[in-house]
Design a binder for this molecule. Structure first.
Ligand code: SF4
Ligand code: SF4
Length: 374
């Protein structure tokens, strides 16, 4: 089974501060490696959809995740593909503003919907635009009324103005909508603004201690009979710690998760748009079940917690977007997560032994668009 992000369009109806807003601000200095990019990629999906269907048909359990830009800017393509593709699974990563453009019969076919939201209204609106939080909440209510029964995952981006503990707690306990599944990614800059930020200080003084408090709360909920909250950066690593199992790159990029570009080429990840050197073929003639694995040599291959971390991010291993000091700070955040979860392991085992939770409570779909290691 292979997961494919399908890039429908480069267009987006938002200009979030850590995404397009950062790219367009003009005051960032790229310090990463220069990688050849195919600048001729069409802005919108421009393939023969029959090629896509033939490609997908070769994998009896393929999963397509609609991706952009904002994929719902091309809801016409989403419905076309859902109506005509051979049997497969569907997911979407969206900013949530146009969900009402889809009819309930399409909404109900999604196995997973990842909606971007960063925390309480002031945080979300500051980064994503005024009124965004409210509109996203209304659309999440629409999903429910449309009969969506899959997993709705709040996908947060957190940076220096966010208290991770407060933001996660808010979305989990939210009166408007309880996002029972949450994933967060650090805005660790992929646009070369390391020199203009207080990232390192925020990690040490706020983020890393906040992660420890969240782990404490997470395990406290298990012990208190509230079950296993589906907080993805904890959920999958803890499941693997319980099973004494190592992981490859947890996002699946380049071996379980690939991305179909707007011209039909297949790359390892949805951020590596147009990075030709790492393409794994083209949907016209590739077999989804035997795509080449994309691996790179980096310090991750020698890291003592590689089996826990998986290497965090293939893209950053390739383009090396950070000065060394920043890379080490990011790795320290992974070590902090690892230490916190290992410390919590005996209590989690005790909760299982006492029947408060069971190992099945940690089960989830891997490679569903959550990168896992923030
Ligand atoms: S902690 Fe850092 S060096 Fe170690 S595997 Fe993760 S990203 Fe690589
Ligand atoms: S974590 Fe890195 S390699 Fe994985 S999907 Fe995200 S950008 Fe790509």
């Amino acid at each position: 089974m292979v997961f494919f992000h399908l890039i429908l369009t480069d267009t987006c109806n938002l200009c979030c501060s850590y995404c397009r807003g950062k790219i367009h601000s003009g005051d960032v200095e790229w310090c990463g490696r220069d990688v050849e990019i195919d600048t001729a990629l069409p802005p919108d999906l421009s393939i023969d959809l029959d090629d896509l269907y033939t490609f997908i048909e070769r994998d009896p359990d393929a999963c397509i995740t609609f991706y952009g830009g904002e994929p719902l800017m091309r809801s016409d393509l989403i419905t076309e593909i859902m109506d005509h593709a051979p049997p497969c699974r569907f997911m979407i990563q969206t900013n949530g503003l146009l969900l009402k453009d889809l009819e309930p019969r399409h909404i109900r076919r999604f196995e997973t919907i990842l909606v971007s939201i960063d925390g309480p209204p002031p945080v979300t609106d500051r980064h994503r635009g005024a009124g965004t939080y409210q509109r996203v909440m209304e659309n999440c209510a629409y999903l429910e009324s449309a009969g969506f029964t899959g997993e709705l995952i709040a996908r947060m981006t957190v940076g220096e103005d966010v208290d991770i503990h407060d933001a996660v707690t808010f979305l989990h306990r939210n009166r408007d909508h309880s996002f029972r599944a949450l994933h967060w990614q650090m805005d660790a800059e992929f646009a070369g603004d390391a020199g203009t930020r207080s990232f390192h200080r925020w990690l040490n003084e706020s983020y890393n201690p906040g992660i420890r408090r969240l782990i404490h709360d997470w395990v406290g909920m298990m012990a208190g009979g509230e079950g296993v909250a589906r907080w993805y950066p904890f959920l999958q690593p803890m499941q693997d710690l319980l099973a004494c199992r190592d992981s490859w790159l947890r996002c699946g990029a380049g071996y379980a998760n690939y991305t179909i570009m707007t011209d039909g080429h297949i790359g390892p990840c949805p951020v590596m748009i147009g990075m030709k050197e790492y393409y794994a073929g083209h949907i016209r003639d590739a077999n989804p079940l035997s795509l080449p694995v994309v691996e790179v040599e980096s310090e991750c291959t020698r890291c003592p917690i590689r089996g826990f971390c998986g290497g965090r991010c293939l893209y950053s291993q390739i383009v090396r977007p950070w000065p060394d000091e920043m890379r080490l700070a990011v790795c320290d955040s992974v070590k902090n997560l690892y230490a916190g979860l290992v410390e919590a392991l005996p209590l989690v085992r005790r909760c299982i032994a006492e029947g408060r939770i069971n190992e099945g409570d940690f089960s989830h779909t891997r490679y569903n668009g959550c990168e896992i290691i923030p």
